[in-house]
Design a protein around this ligand. Structure first.
Ligand code: C2G
Length: 128
């Protein structure tokens, strides 16, 4: 069984997130998604509209997703890869190169982002 993992905030869930999860699942048989906690988002300097337990529940309901875990720190990725015997680490290519150190532990894949949609864009449009 080929295990894939990806990490994200998934605030105001949108088609860019869904495309990423769909394509991540196509790279293996079992997809784990680490959803960032509100506390970790404060570390990332991100304020979420949707609380972490709701963002996790929404991601858990996506048919491509097999397991959801909390993302509480930048450093947990190596432990997660070992703990879940991960074969492939996937992120959107806005992160290209940032996680290449994980190549020691598993395959690292950066997928093209979905153009024209982002949580920030949705927030801005709601404001205007
Ligand atoms: N994404 C995408 N296309 C978009 C928007 C997002 O492919 N239009 C991808 C991102 O590249 C990321 C995933 O969807 O792989 C989740 O995006 P965010 O929720 O914005 O996640 P981020 O804040 O980048 O957190 O440790 C890693 C971080 O937790 C990633």
């Amino acid at each position: 069984m080929k295990t894939v993992i990806t990490y994200g905030t998934f605030d105001l869930f949108h088609i860019g997130h869904l495309n990423l999860l769909k394509r991540a699942k196509e790279l293996g048989d079992y997809l784990i998604v680490a959803v960032s906690s509100d506390a970790f988002n404060r570390v990332k300097g991100k304020i979420c509209c949707i609380p972490d337990y709701e963002r996790m529940e929404i991601v858990e309901a996506i048919k491509y997703v097999d397991k959801v875990i909390p993302e509480n720190s930048w450093e947990q990725k190596v432990d997660d890869i070992k703990k879940y015997n991960v074969d492939v680490f996937v992120m959107g290519d806005d992160w290209r190169g940032k996680f290449d150190d994980l190549k020691k532990y598993c395959e690292v894949v950066y997928l093209p982002r979905t153009e024209g949609i982002s949580t920030t864009q949705i927030k801005d449009e709601l404001k205007s």
